[in-house]
Design a protein around this ligand. Structure first.
Ligand code: SDX
Length: 433
């Protein structure tokens, strides 16, 4: 694990105290004040709700420049990876730090296929979920139950077994996702096939039926690879931080991933892709496509409504993933011959946002969730499965972040502090009124 370099220092004057706090500098020249000695030396803690200004770790996995709209996984630009790789290669890159050589890719793909089935007893799990259960609830339950069915994964320390463990999780979660969809449709589940690639297998498990059969469309297989790559990691986002927080207590990887799935489900995070489509559909049906009216609602501080798929904690410019997703949406719908009125509406809404000073002055641009749902929809994936697709894509990133934390000698159990503002000490009177 490379360490940030210690250079210069920041001077903090507080009361009669003056202390020097080291400045650490990363490989892309990001700088941070190292405040680990702050409380001991001054009695002070920092206050930063939502950790907007707080770095939780050093990491070699993903680099984001929010001002310039740059995203790199292990140094490779997201555009190059999305254009030239398969999802399994990027999953390998995130976990191992380098792209797989042909033999490594073959072994990794073989692992994925040989561990793609779910324990028969797990299948009955699905039977006990109500048909209307949200697939994110099922996915999270499946993730944590893997620790009961595959307890050997509890001890993930041995780096040499990482492939075995990672591919088991990556593969079984994809199968569980497809099963949860079939369950919600009341269809018989479809087992994975060893002769199909990771993405083709998923589409086959989703759409094959005894009546109609199904042949994975190469356009959809290519699109799904690209979409999963776009979602594969995003440094210390909400769900990755949850995965690491749970793992920091020495809980096992499955429990950590299960918690990450729940965090991703929120509409402010990964759940936004489902809410974008629901929002566009409402604008079309209820607002008759009047984007001016919708923007006014989004700007009205007395109204909790926010434009889904717009804005980002880190990107204060166009999310580079949204650029790829927008072009892909146009290409895939054209190749599939799908004509969706929500696409034109989305572009109209984007143009209005980019031209509006309220959004421009707050650096609010489309993010990853704005266009991805439109492509999933054209591929026949139902809206309530969009966040599941996000989760499947994000699993290698969560695992890579979790493994990096476990290997970091400086990692400790996560436990933020607070400033207490409740009642001061009150005497307890047994007959208090
Ligand atoms: C993801 O962190 C990651 O990396 C996440 C992610 C990943 O890959 O893991 O990129 C995936 O979660 C993408 C984001 C998906 N969520 C949405 O699309 C939901 C809509 N977006 C917003 O809720 C919001 O932009 C957030 C949650 C994404 C970011 O919230 P912040 O950083 O806390 O920003 P903020 O609330 O401080 O907003 C700053 C200002 C506020 O106005 P003022 O108080 O300055 O007047 O911008 C306004 C906000 O009201 N604002 C919006 C808005 N987003 C921010 N106003 C209208 N519509 C919006 N969408």
């Amino acid at each position: 694990m490379k360490k940030a370099t210690n250079s210069k220092a920041a001077t903090l004057k507080f009361g009669s105290k003056t202390i020097e706090l080291p400045i650490i500098t990363g490989t892309e020249n990001e700088q941070a004040i190292d405040i680990r000695a702050l409380r001991k030396e001054t009695g002070l803690i920092t206050y930063d709700p939502g950790f907007v200004n707080t770095g939780s770790c050093e990491s070699e996995i993903t680099y984001i420049d929010g001002e310039k709209g740059i995203l790199r996984y292990r140094g490779y630009d997201i555009n190059d990876l999305a254009e030239n790789c398969e999802f399994v290669e990027v999953a390998y890159l995130l976990v191992h730090g380098k792209l797989p050589a042909p033999k490594q890719k073959e072994a990794f793909s073989k692992h994925l296929n040989s561990h793609s089935m779910l324990h028969e007893d797990m299948r009955h799990f699905f039977g006990n979920f109500p048909d209307h259960a949200h697939p994110m609830a099922t996915l999270s339950a499946m993730a944590v139950s893997l620790s009961s069915f595959y307890p050997e994964l509890e001890s993930i320390e041995q780096r040499e077994n990482v492939d075995f463990k990672v591919t088991r999780l990556l593969s079984k979660m994809r199968t569980a996702a497809a099963f949860s969809y079939k369950k919600s449709e009341g269809h018989p589940i479809v087992q994975p096939r060893h002769d199909l690639s990771y993405c083709a297998n998923f589409l086959n498990m989703m759409f094959w039926t005894p009546v109609n059969g199904y042949e994975p469309d190469p356009v959809c297989v290519k699109a799904l690879n690209k979409l999963l790559i776009l979602h594969a990691d995003h440094e210390q986002n909400c769900s990755a931080s949850v995965v690491k927080m749970v793992g920091s207590s020495d809980a096992n990887l499955y429990a950590s991933i299960s918690a990450g799935i729940c965090a991703l489900w929120g509409p402010l995070h990964g759940g936004a892709n489902q809410h974008v489509i629901e929002m566009l559909d409402r604008i079309l049906r209820k607002d008759k496509g009047n984007v001016k009216k919708v923007l006014a609602r989004a700007k009205d501080k007395s109204n909790p409504f926010r434009l889904m798929g717009i804005g980002h904690r880190v990107y204060k410019s166009y999310d580079p993933r949204a650029k790829v997703a927008k072009q892909m949406c146009k290409d895939v719908l054209a190749q599939l011959g799908v004509n969706d009125p929500l696409v034109d509406l989305a572009q109209k809404l984007e143009e209005a946002v980019l031209a509006d000073d309220y959004f421009h002055s707050r650096n609010l641009y489309p993010n990853i969730d704005f266009y991805t749902g439109l492509t999933y929809r054209a591929m026949g994936i139902p809206t309530n499965m969009f966040t599941v697709m996000f989760a499947i894509g994000r699993i290698p990133g969560w695992i890579a972040q979790w493994l990096e934390m476990k290997a970091d000698p400086e990692s400790r159990i996560g436990r933020p502090r607070q400033i207490y503002t409740g009642p001061v000490k009150r005497e307890f009177k047994p007959k208090h009124i």
